[in-house]
Design a protein around this ligand. Structure first.
Ligand code: 6GU
Length: 239
């Protein structure tokens, strides 16, 4: 699967070289290319922003450099694939594990990382000609730009690509895969600084371990994420 990232801070994406995803890239499992938006400007100052119509604080990203960049990048993926354009913005739809699973089925995903107060809105309508356009948010807080959000999505989706995570079973038993948070985990020593591992985990009784873990998942979800718990309880009632 191929990712392209358009940004005015290409060096921000340097962390993609390290860890699990770095290895996946070197092994050719995921292909990530980063493009500098300023390479698609034509003035001496390589200008990407301007003042907002209607007034107000901050600057807005100009549409034409974005159009040129997105036209150039759309054709870089597999010929048959209609690319997905992922636009990080605090006013987008929530990005979830379900979104990550769906994106992992795509062949070509492009990120348009805006800075300042955002990108001229007309770009998104225009881009529908070439892309399946999806505005997304990581959560209800504001980042300075979309780069960190693009990194988060590339990591969440990249690890679902077959072969990237060594043991596929570890993808199944995870927070959010079944609508509940993950159960707590422990390793040796069984007593550490006077704190004991829950005895059931040392019992060797797989049935009791599974039941305990399930109860922990439910307890945590109820305590920490009442929103997820309500949705889970709703589904259980329907079934
Ligand atoms: Cl996707 N982008 C920006 N700029 N801020 C955010 C976000 C995205 N998600 C939460 N805050």
């Amino acid at each position: 699967m191929r990712f392209d990232v358009v940004t005015i801070f290409p060096e921000y994406m340097g962390v993609l070289d390290v860890s699990l995803l770095g290895r996946a890239r070197r092994e050719g499992l995921v292909d990530v290319h980063v493009h500098d938006l300023r390479d698609f400007t034509s003035d001496r100052h390589r200008t990407v922003d301007d003042t907002p119509y209607g007034g107000g604080a901050g600057m807005v990203m100009k549409p034409e450099p974005w159009a040129l960049a997105l036209e150039a990048v759309a054709g870089l993926g597999p010929a048959a694939a209609r690319p997905v354009l992922m636009v990080p913005t605090p006013s987008g739809a929530p990005f979830t594990q379900a979104t990550a699973r769906a994106l992992a089925q795509e062949e070509h995903v492009v990120f348009a990382c805006g800075r300042y107060e955002g990108i001229d809105e007309r770009v998104f309508g225009w881009a529908e000609e070439l892309y399946d356009v999806r505005l997304f948010s990581l959560g209800d807080y504001v980042l300075n730009g979309g780069e960190v959000a693009a990194l988060a999505v590339i990591e969440a989706v990249g690890r679902l690509v077959p072969g990237v995570v060594g043991n596929p079973a570890s993808l199944v038993e995870e927070s959010h895969e079944d609508g509940l948070l993950e159960y707590p985990v422990y390793t040796k020593p069984s007593v550490w600084r006077e704190r004991e591992v829950p005895p059931v985990l040392l019992s060797g009784d797989h049935g009791r371990v599974a039941a305990w873990r399930r109860a922990q998942q439910e307890e945590r979800t109820r305590a920490r994420r009442p929103d997820l718990w309500a949705a889970h309880a709703g589904r259980a009632e329907e079934a």
